[in-house]
Design a protein around this ligand. Structure first.
Ligand SMILES: Cc1ncc(COP(=O)(O)O)c(C=O)c1O
Length: 479
C-alpha cells in the first residue's frame, strides 16, 4: 500500500474545512458591524511574522487560525465603511466560488472544456450587461493587464509586425490628462514610450475635450506619427468622470483608429437606468476594460477585457510551442498570461445567483448613496463639494471654521494640509476609511462607493466622522 503524501491533511481535513468556513462566516458577520480601519499589527503578529522558514509544520488548524489573525489585522476593503481608492466588496457567492475553483486548479492555458466555455460565456454576459455587445475577450488579473493587452492588440493593428520587429518611435496614444497611469505604464512596456502618450485636456465636466483631441491628432499626423489608439476613460479614478464616448468613437472612425475604453472602475454603471446615458457610444468601442473586482463586487482578482474582434487577440499573442500541440488553437494564444487562475467562475456564479437585475439594483443603490452624500455635503457650511459626482466618487473638503471667521481663502495651503491630515487621522482612528487626493491642485477627501454593503447609515457615519475629526483637528492642531 502506498503511503499518504506528507502534504495531505489526513484527519485534519474535515475539521480544517469546518474551521475555514466558520471563519468566513465570522468575517462576514464582522463586516456588518462596521470597523473599516486598520489597527496596527499586534505584538503576537509581529513575532509570528519574524519567524524563519519552519522546518516542521504546526498543522493546518493552527496555520489557519494564524492566517485568520493576519487577515483581521490587514486592511479589509470588504467593510462597508471602507471608502478609499476604488474599493471592492468580496461578494459572498464569489468568495465561495473562488474557494471551489482553487480546489480544482483548472489549467486555462490549454482547452479546459467547460471552464474555457465559462470564461467566454461570462465575458459575453459582461459585454451584454454594459451595452458593449455580446462579443469575445479575455479574463485578466485587472485593469492594468486588460489595458496593456488591449494596447498590444492596437499596436499590432496600427503597425503590423511590430510585435516581432519592435517599434520605430512613430506610434502615439491619446488619453485625457486624467486617465489612469496604467496607460502610460502600458506604453512604456509596449515600447511606445510614455513620452508618446498625448494627454488631452479636459472640459469643465472633466471629460476629454474632443476638439483638442482632433487638433493633437492633426498635428501628429502632419509630423508622420502613427496614432495607435484613443483610450477613453469611462469613470476616471480621480473623480469618476466619463469621457464622451460617442464623439470619440466618431473621431476614431474617421481616422480608422482603435478605440479602447478604460472602464475598469466605472463601466458597470452603464447597466443602470440612472447613469446609462453617460456611456452612449460604448457599443462602438473596439475594446473595453472592466474590473469585476471593483464595481461588480467579486473578490480580487477578476478583470475583463472585452474585444469586438477576438481574432485580433490571436494575431497579437499566438506563438507556436512544441509542448502545446494537442489542440489546433490554445486559449493561451489569446492572452498575455500562461498559467491563470479560473477567475471567471466567481463572476459567473454571481450572475447566476443574483441575475443582472440584482447587480443593477446594487449599482443603483451605490449611485443613490453617492448622490445622497453630495447632497449632505452641499447642505453643510463647513463642507465643500469640489466636483459634482457623475458616478460614485464624491471629492469634497472640510473647511475649518476659520475660513468663515478669518476669511481665509479657499485655496489657502492650510486647507490642503488640514484635509490631508484629516484623511490620515480618520484612517488611524478607524471609524471610516477615506483616502485623500489632489484635484486641480487642491487636496480633497475622495470617498468612492463601490460596496454592495454600504448604505445611507454608513454615509451618515462618514459625514459625522469628518465633522467630528475635522473639528478636533482644528482645535488640537496636527499631532
Ligand atoms: C480607470 C482605472 N484603470 C485601471 C485601473 C487599474 O486596475 P487594477 O488595479 O485592477 O490593475 C484602475 C484602478 O483603480 C482604474 O481606476
Amino acid at each position: 500500500m502506498s503511503e499518504a503524501s506528507p502534504l495531505s491533511l489526513g484527519d485534519e481535513r474535515l475539521p480544517a474545512l469546518e474551521l475555514a468556513f466558520s471563519m468566513v462566516r465570522e468575517a462576514w458577520q464582522g463586516f456588518d458591524q462596521a470597523r473599516p480601519g486598520q489597527p496596527p499589527p499586534s505584538d503576537q503578529t509581529l513575532s509570528l511574522l519574524s519567524e524563519p522558514l519552519p522546518q516542521t509544520g504546526v498543522g493546518a488548524l493552527r496555520a489557519l487560525k494564524e492566517a485568520e489573525r493576519l487577515l483581521d489585522e490587514s486592511l479589509a476593503q470588504s467593510r462597508p465603511r471602507f471608502f478609499g481608492y476604488v474599493g471592492s466588496s468580496g461578494l459572498e457567492v464569489g468568495v465561495l466560488a473562488e474557494a471551489l475553483s482553487a480546489s480544482h486548479d483548472v489549467n486555462l492555458a490549454s482547452l479546459a472544456a467547460a471552464a474555457t466555455m465559462v470564461e467566454q460565456q461570462t465575458i459575453g454576459w459582461v459585454g451584454e450587461f454594459v451595452g458593449f455587445g455580446r462579443v469575445g475577450g479575455v479574463v485578466t488579473s485587472g485593469g492594468m493587464i486588460s489595458n496593456l493587452t488591449a494596447l498590444a492588440v492596437a499596436r499590432e493593428r496600427a503597425l503590423p509586425g511590430s510585435r516581432r520587429q519592435g517599434l520605430d518611435g512613430r506610434g502615439t496614444l491619446y488619453v485625457s490628462v486624467e486617465a489612469h497611469s496604467s496607460i502610460a505604464r502600458s506604453a512604456e512596456l509596449l515600447g511606445i514610450g510614455s513620452a508618446s502618450v498625448r494627454g488631452i485636456p479636459i472640459d469643465a465636466d472633466r471629460r476629454m475635450d474632443v476638439a483638442a483631441l482632433r487638433d493633437q491628432l492633426g498635428l501628429d499626423l502632419a509630423q508622420g506619427r502613427v496614432p495607435i489608439a484613443v483610450v477613453a476613460t469611462a469613470g476616471t479614478t480621480l473623480t469618476g468622470a466619463v469621457d464622451p464616448l460617442a464623439e470619440i468613437a466618431a473621431v476614431c472612425r474617421e481616422h480608422d483608429l482603435w478605440f479602447h475604453v478604460d472602464g475598469a472602475y466605472g463601466l458597470p454603471a452603464a447597466a443602470t437606468p440612472r447613469a446609462s446615458h453617460l456611456f452612449a457610444g460604448i457599443e462602438h468601442a473596439d475594446s473595453a476594460t472592466i474590473d469585476a473586482h471593483k464595481w461588480l463586487y467579486v473578490p480580487k482578482a477578476c478583470g475583463i477585457l472585452l474585444v469586438r474582434d477576438p481574432q485580433a487577440l490571436r494575431r497579437t499573442f499566438a506563438h507556436d510551442a512544441s509542448y502545446m500541440v494537442d489542440a489546433d488553437e490554445n486559449p493561451v494564444d489569446r492572452t498575455l498570461e500562461y498559467s491563470r487562475p479560473f477567475r471567471a467562475l466567481k463572476l459567473w456564479a454571481a450572475f447566476r445567483a443574483h441575475g443582472a437585475q440584482g447587480f443593477r439594483r446594487a449599482l443603483e443603490s451605490n449611485l443613490e448613496v453617492a448622490a445622497g452624500l453630495a447632497e449632505r455635503i452641499r447642505a453643510h457650511p463647513q463642507l465643500q463639494l469640489v466636483v459634482e459626482p457623475q458616478l460614485s466618487i464624491v471629492p469634497f473638503r472640510h473647511l475649518p471654521a476659520k475660513v468663515a471667521i478669518d476669511g481665509l481663502h479657499e485655496d489657502a495651503p492650510e486647507i490642503d494640509a488640514h484635509n490631508a491630515e484629516l484623511a490620515r487621522r480618520m484612517q488611524d482612528e478607524g471609524d471610516v476609511y477615506v483616502t485623500s487626493a489632489v484635484v486641480d491642485g487642491r487636496t480633497v477627501l475622495r470617498p468612492c462607493i463601490t460596496n454592495f454593503r454600504t448604505t445611507g447609515a454608513d454615509i451618515d457615519a462618514l459625514i459625522d466622522t469628518v465633522l467630528r475629526t475635522g473639528h478636533a483637528l482644528e482645535h488640537q492642531g496636527p499631532r
